[in-house]
Structure formats: structure tokens, C-alpha cells
Ligand binder design. Structure first.
Ligand code: NI
Length: 403
């Protein structure tokens, strides 16, 4: 049976029963909000309607907020009691330039744009956490709810920090989560240390001399140089990086030439590099520089590598990872501590460079073909909204109580 015949068939029994703090009514409301966001995805830096929707719901919940922080970013704030400690919870709001193929009733109404990473679910979960904490009288302190734009490689966290996030809202710690297809629905994975990779985008331009395909001696062929360069670059990780370290260098697009009987003048190669340890970054960057220079000399072409680095490795701090586990146990989620870090990136890393914190994965349920993160048949599992919202509310309370 194809997933699209009945999109709900694979879903797990609701973890709602295991999170008594969140009522079925609120679960229903969050599901409706999540599906609205899913049907109306917006690309990074363009989250205008999404931000308006979030502001509307915060107003409905009676929670004050400030908008327009680092673009379409919003920070809502709740203060209760006399405690002076302060904690941040973060969700991301942007969608991807992917064409949805789920067949769902609430599938994207914007062609070529899709919530294929579940940021619709993260946003709804954070609204749920805000609703829970607004109705909960058992805590004291201040909680900031960070609704971040432009996570998908467009520097949303950096923009919010540059706009004074930690000065205007002086939180001491920050927490967040990502849904994780392939991890049982509602299970919470907490890493000790590295959670997700850092990396960079690579663009390599090879310039030669164009000319007649029958007279190659009068040209400098960038296509042939590109072939050698692609093969040579595979040795940067395999021969340069300690086998006990983790790194990947993938070249994913190549463009060049317009006619089958003309040697092209220029080739562009694009790709990505990822690693879990900053020291490895320098090994890879040096390797790329050296290899490009060598190919340029060998083939008499000009090779220019340009690398735009990401924000950094996502690394949980020990005390905050412990708080994340305490909160997971509090919501009666199954806790996994044995999962390897991912080579995917997350700009939550930028917050963790400013403040201690933890970033967890919450299982989205069975991994189906095409329904992995960034896949065309992916969908956030609404059954995990209660555990996600409850975990966020509990981790905030645990952090405030630990000061
Ligand atoms: Ni994501």
C-alpha cells in the first residue's frame, strides 16, 4: 500500500495518553494549527504569513511578544513568580523549495514549496508549550519562546542573535528539538555532546579556454580538469581525516558547456562538506585548496574554490543534556542516549555558541520511502505534538528550578 493511499496508516498510537498535561482539546487545536501551517509553507526569509499566524495565536493565548527580530523572528515571553532565572525555547518556521507528493488533504497549496523538515510541527509544538506554561502555576521565572525564521541555510539564528536576542531577552539557557523520522514516535534522543554536524557549501569554478572539439590542443579543457578534480577531491577525507573522526565531502552538481562539439570554457561544481569537530574543518579546507591548486597546474586551467561555512557543530552542554533527560522522563517518554550524531546541520548551533543548552530529537515514527527529512512524501506526525509541547514546557521548568 502506498503511503499516499491512506496517509495515516503508519502512525503510532497517540503518545497523548503518556503526556497528561496536554488535553485532547489542545492536541486537536495544535493539530489544526500545524496543518494550516503545512498547507501554507513559506521559504526562508519570506515567513511573513507564518509569523502573522504565530502572532495571532500568541494573542489568542494572551501571551505578549515582540516581532520583527532578525527578519520575521518573534519572541514571546511569560513571567511568573519571583524567580529571576530565565530560559529560552526555540522553534523554526521556514519551509523548503521542494514539491510535495503526499496526497494529503492539507498538502502545500504553494507549488514548489513544502514543509519537508517539519518546521510546521516545531512551530505548533512551541505554541503548545506556551499554552501549557501559561496555564501552569507550578513554576517561577521567565520563559522566552523563540520563533525563528530562515533555518534552512539562510542564517536565521545568526540574524536573531545579531538583533540582540540575548541582550533583549537575557536567557541563561536555550533548548530546542527536531522531529526525527526513523525514531519511534514520541521517543526522545538526548546526546551527550555532539548532536549534529557543521559544514560548508562549496562552489568550485574551473576556467579554461573554449574551442573546437576537434582541435583540443588549441584549448584548455575545464570539463576534463573537472573530472580529475572530482576524483582527486575524494582523497581529501579518505586520506586526510583520521578514520576515527567523521567527515563527508560530497560534490552534488556540475555545470559546463553548451554544445557537443565545443570544448567548454568554464565548469562550475557545487557541493557540501560536513564534520563533527572543528579541527577536522581545517584538514578539509587545506585539502580542497591544495587539490584545486594541483589540478590547476596539471591542466593549465584556473581553479577557484569558494567555501561558505555554516554556523558550527551542535554540541549539548552536560548540565543541560541532563535537564533534557529529566524533562523527557517527566513526560514519560522513552529516552535514548545511544544514538550516533547526525551529519545533517542545524543553525541551533549558533545559540549554543552563546549560551549553554541542549537540542534533542523527538521520534517522528517509522521511516518510509520518500518520507525522510527533506523528502517529497515527508509529513510531521501530529501524534507527537503532545510529547513535544510537554517536553519543551518541562525542560523550561526543570531549567528554572535548577538555578
Ligand atoms: Ni529542520
Amino acid at each position: 500500500m502506498r503511503a499516499t493511499d491512506n496517509p495515516l496508516w503508519w502512525r503510532q498510537p497517540t503518545p497523548c495518553e503518556r503526556s497528561p498535561a496536554l488535553t485532547p482539546e489542545l492536541h486537536q487545536k495544535l493539530t489544526a494549527w500545524r496543518r494550516h501551517l503545512h498547507a501554507h509553507p513559506e521559504l526562508s526569509l519570506q515567513e511573513k504569513e507564518t509569523a502573522a499566524f504565530v502572532q495571532d495565536k500568541l494573542t489568542e493565548l494572551g501571551i505578549p511578544f515582540e516581532a520583527g527580530i532578525g527578519g520575521h523572528g518573534i519572541v514571546a515571553t511569560l513571567t511568573r513568580g519571583h524567580a529571576r532565572s530565565r530560559v529560552g525555547l526555540r522553534a523554526d518556521m521556514d519551509a523548503l523549495p521542494i514539491t510535495e507528493d503526499t496526497g494529503l488533504a492539507y498538502a502545500s497549496r504553494t507549488s514548489g514549496v513544502m514543509h519537508a523538515c517539519g518546521h510546521d510541527g516545531h512551530t505548533a509544538s512551541l505554541l503548545g508549550a506556551a499554552a501549557l506554561l501559561a496555564a501552569d502555576t507550578s513554576w517561577s521565572g521567565t520563559v522566552d519562546f523563540i520563533f525563528q525564521p530562515a533555518e534552512e541555510g539562510f542564517g536565521g539564528s545568526r540574524a536573531m542573535v545579531a538583533a540582540g536576542l540575548f541582550d533583549r531577552f537575557p536567557m541563561e539557557r536555550v533548548f530546542g528539538f527536531h522531529n526525527w523520522p526513523g525514531l519511534a514516535a514520541g521517543t526522545i534522543a538526548v546526546h551527550d555532546g555532539v548532536v549534529m554536524a557543521s559544514g560548508g557549501r562549496i562552489t568550485i569554478t574551473i576556467e579554461g579556454h573554449a574551442g573546437h572539439a576537434g582541435m583540443p590542443h588549441l584549448t584548455r579543457d575545464p570539463v576534463m580538469a573537472a573530472g580529475h578534480l572530482i576524483v582527486a577531491l575524494q582523497s581529501v577525507v579518505s586520506r586526510g581525516v583520521d578514520p576515527l573522526d567523521t567527515a563527508v565531502l560530497s560534490l552534488c552538481t556540475i555545470e559546463g558547456g553548451t554544445a557537443p562539439n565545443q570544448i567548454a570554457g568554464r565548469v562550475t561544481i557545487r557541493g557540501t562538506l560536513r564534520y563533527h569537530r572543528e579541527a577536522v574543518k581545517h584538514v578539509i579546507l587545506d585539502g580542497i585548496e591544495r587539490t584545486c591548486a594541483g589540478i590547476a597546474t596539471s591542466f593549465g586551467v584556473k581553479v577557484t574554490p569558494e567555501i561558505v561555512m555554516g554556523v558550527g557543530v551542535v554540541i549539548n552542554t552536560p548540565d543541560e543534556a541532563a535537564l533534557a533527560r529529566i524533562a523527557a522522563e517527566k513526560v514519560k517518554a522513552e529516552v535514548r542516549r545511544d544514538l550516533a550524531p547526525s551529519m545533517a546541520g542545524e543553525d541551533f548551533a549558533h545559540y549554543l555558541q552563546q549560551r549553554p543548552g541542549a537540542f534533542v530529537w523527538i521520534g517522528n515514527g517509522e521511516l518510509r520511502d520518500g518520507a525522510e527529512l527533506h523528502g517529497p512524501r515527508y509529513d510531521f506526525n501530529d501524534a507527537i505534538l503532545p510529547v513535544a509541547s510537554s517536553w519543551m514546557a518541562e525542560v523550561a521548568k526543570a531549567a528554572l528550578a535548577s538555578n
